[in-house]
Design a protein. Structure first.
Length: 302
């Protein structure tokens, strides 16, 4: 099967930004790009569908417009257009199974209620078997690079350095898929990898049988050693990637959202599990998806 990166198209500015992000990622990976638009027949079409067009025709035109925009920016990229008559969630999950990753637009709905009522992107993230990258409207190639001298576009100076890739690391349950995804992303871009590990001091009763005190420099040093030990084999596997670790006491989501400012990509994990209320993405990934200002990659893992 042809290797490809996929992007979901729904006619929104967010999905167009996701398509262009996916196109740049496909170029970096040396793969094709698959643009997918899913639509369902409705007895009363959405008001956005022109009166003189069928739902199918409007779907195909929307997909063609996105494809033309991407092709104009990446003339040598192999672009595949796919219109699917199915529910968006079901269609995108099927596409994700065959892709190396799936990029989707995100409107960044804030608050717990926004997650519970769900958007297509959020439901796909929660169930996708492959990494999903959420991209906000307005995201462009220049945002992936540090500012160029005299305001020259990074497109004109390809060697302008990429901004950091940020990885959220939990040393209690380190995940190979998550760590490898972040290292590979940094390697492809020639970017530095910034690893964020946040911890909370255990209550006094929980630490009573430990030699390490509940707080203080010894506890910080213990977590720093755990981070170094977790990353050591990956640093050896990817010697070309510059790695900086930040270990701090606090909330992981808060630290990752803060680190996302000025980053090219934030990478977080989603544990694959089934719960009474369905499949969830986890509190940290949930918070980062809603508040990070750069693209966020959610990597599923066992």
């Amino acid at each position: 099967m042809l290797r490809h990166v996929a992007a979901g198209i729904d006619g929104s500015p967010e999905s167009l930004a996701a398509a262009h992000w996916a196109a740049r990622e496909a170029v970096r990976r040396g793969t094709a790009l698959r643009l997918v638009h899913a639509w369902e027949w409705q007895p009363r079409p959405d008001p956005t569908v022109p009166a003189d067009m069928s739902q199918r025709s409007w779907a195909e035109e929307m997909l063609a417009r996105a494809s033309a925009s991407v092709r104009a920016a990446h003339s040598g990229l192999h672009v595949i257009e796919q219109s699917v008559a199915d529910s968006p969630v079901r269609a995108l999950l099927a596409v994700a199974e065959q892709a190396e990753l799936l990029a989707l637009g995100s409107r960044g709905l804030g608050g717990v209620a926004g997650f519970l009522i769900g958007s297509v992107s959020q439901r796909v993230v929660a169930r996708s078997p492959r990494p999903v990258v959420l991209v906000r409207a307005g995201e462009c190639a220049a945002d992936e690079h540090f500012s160029a001298v005299a305001g020259i576009s990074p497109d004109e100076i390809p060697e302008t350095p990429y901004r950091d890739v940020v990885l959220g690391l939990d040393t209690r349950r380190p995940c190979d898929e998550l760590i490898e995804f972040a290292f590979e992303a940094a390697r492809r871009d020639g970017a530095a990898l910034r690893v964020i590990h946040a911890f909370s001091a255990p209550p006094a009763f929980a630490a009573a049988d430990r030699l390490v005190p509940v707080d203080g420099p010894e506890l910080l040093a213990e977590h720093e050693r755990a981070v170094v030990a977790t990353l050591r084999p990956w640093c050896e596997k990817f010697p070309e990637v510059s790695v900086a670790e930040t270990v701090t006491e606090g909330r992981a989501a808060t630290e990752l959202v803060r680190a996302a400012t000025g980053a090219a990509l934030v990478v977080v994990g989603r544990r694959v599990r089934e719960a009474r209320l369905g499949t969830h993405i986890g509190s940290v990934a949930h918070a980062v998806l809603h508040h990070a200002l750069c693209p966020v990659a959610v990597v599923p893992h066992a």
